[in-house]
Design a protein around this ligand. Structure first.
Ligand code: NPG
Length: 369
């Protein structure tokens, strides 16, 4: 396919409640949406970069800049662009995986819509519903946390992930385990807030039968995770450290993780996400689909990815109303603790024009070459 136009939109969606992690507090969800227009199709992509560079080196303005300056001009000049060739066309640019993921997602959507094939089918989905978990932010008090978890469990979420940081770890985990019992599927996420020197402290979490502890150490400290793994009973899951299938293979070989969180936006797109899935499956490492508070567009792609066979653990792919009063697509709803995997062409969802207009703060159209 030849790409005729690409339109970039910067959007901002208010969150229904502030989301606090060890990295900071989010009140709104910003995103860059990439709309790829061809002669007879169109596709949508979403970048997961945030307001600042606290989770990754990428952030909204860096995404917009690299898209306009470096990533899109070669695509607009190319005669043929497909989902399988777009990564190669962007290969002259190092890094910027979140920006590249948004472009690949939009190209894949446009291409699949033109064939009438869904993301799920194209990636090899084996189910039409995926188990949904929820990520619960750091709160001001344990009672407030227990109320939030109660609300999510009443809605039917199948597992709870608690954000932790030094000073907010043992007490909230103990309180949730005691209140909701041994059957609750419970895990924690540190977003790299600890060091190897905290190993003995983190080992105290072993008492609470957690499914996993996610990214306790710095993203570059893969060897540190391997050392920590030898000191914990709780399985280590890596998120930030896994940026590609190659880094997944290395982390697994080093014994740094027993579980992997796959976020397509973090690893350069759905095709690399699938390769990570395959590497993990070949090594007997279960995976789950992470989230970056995506709009309905990213959520649609993530639900499709989570339908692949080695996604055996519930993901952070929650219903739209966990994040937004109004999503920019038809909302994803929780049904018996699951989300339906969209089956329509491409992502199977599209932005609702009125909502899109309301949340858009800038529209940019890079010129060809
Ligand atoms: O449900 O989409 C979601 C959010 C899941 O906790 C979540 N994401 O580190 O995994 C993470 C975390 C995050 C979100 C980190 C936003 C930084 C920003």
């Amino acid at each position: 396919m030849r790409i005729e136009r690409v339109v970039l939109r910067r959007v901002n969606l208010p969150l229904v409640s502030p989301f606090r992690t060890s990295l900071g507090i989010e009140y709104d969800k910003p995103a860059v949406l990439v709309q790829v227009i061809t002669k007879d199709s169109e596709g949508w992509g979403e970048s997961v970069s945030g307001f600042d560079a606290s989770y990754s080196s990428e952030y909204i303005e860096s995404t917009l800049d690299v898209l306009q300056r470096h990533l899109l001009p070669p695509l607009l000049a190319a005669e043929q662009v497909t989902a399988s060739t777009v990564a190669g066309l962007m290969g002259g640019v190092k890094g910027h995986r979140m920006a590249k993921a948004a472009v690949e997602m939009a190209v894949m959507d446009a291409e699949l819509r033109s064939y009438g094939m869904s993301f799920a089918t194209s990636m090899g989905a084996v189910t039409d519903r995926v188990a949904s978990g929820v990520s619960v932010g750091i709160m001001d008090s344990v009672p407030e946390l227990l109320d939030a978890v109660t609300g999510y469990l009443e809605q039917g979420y199948q597992r709870i992930k608690l954000k932790i940081e030094p000073g907010w770890d043992l007490a909230p985990v103990r309180a949730v385990r005691e209140r909701f019992g041994d059957d609750l599927v419970l895990q924690v996420d540190a977003n790299a807030a600890y060091t190897l020197g905290d190993a003995r402290h983190l080992a105290r979490l072993d008492a609470f039968d957690l499914l996993l502890i996610e990214q306790p150490l710095d993203e570059e400290d893969v060897r540190g995770h391997a050392e920590l793994a030898r000191q914990l009973v709780t399985p280590i899951c890596l998120d930030e450290s896994i940026v590609s299938a190659r880094s997944a293979a290395d982390a697994i070989a080093l014994g740094a993780c027993r579980i992997v969180n796959i976020k397509p936006g973090r690893v350069g797109g759905y095709l690399e996400a699938r390769r990570i899935h395959d590497v993990c499956a070949a090594n007997g490492i279960p995976v789950w689909c992470g989230g970056m508070l995506e709009t309905g567009l990213g959520r649609a792609g993530n639900a499709a990815l989570a339908a692949l066979p080695n996604f055996t653990l519930p993901g952070d792919v929650s219903a739209s109303d966990r994040y937004f009063a109004t999503d920019i697509t038809e909302p994803f709803v929780l049904r018996d603790g699951c989300l339906d995997v969209p089956s329509g062409p491409g992502l199977g969802v599209s932005p609702l024009p009125d909502v899109l207009a309301e949340v858009t703060t800038a529209v940019l159209e890079p010129a060809a070459g």
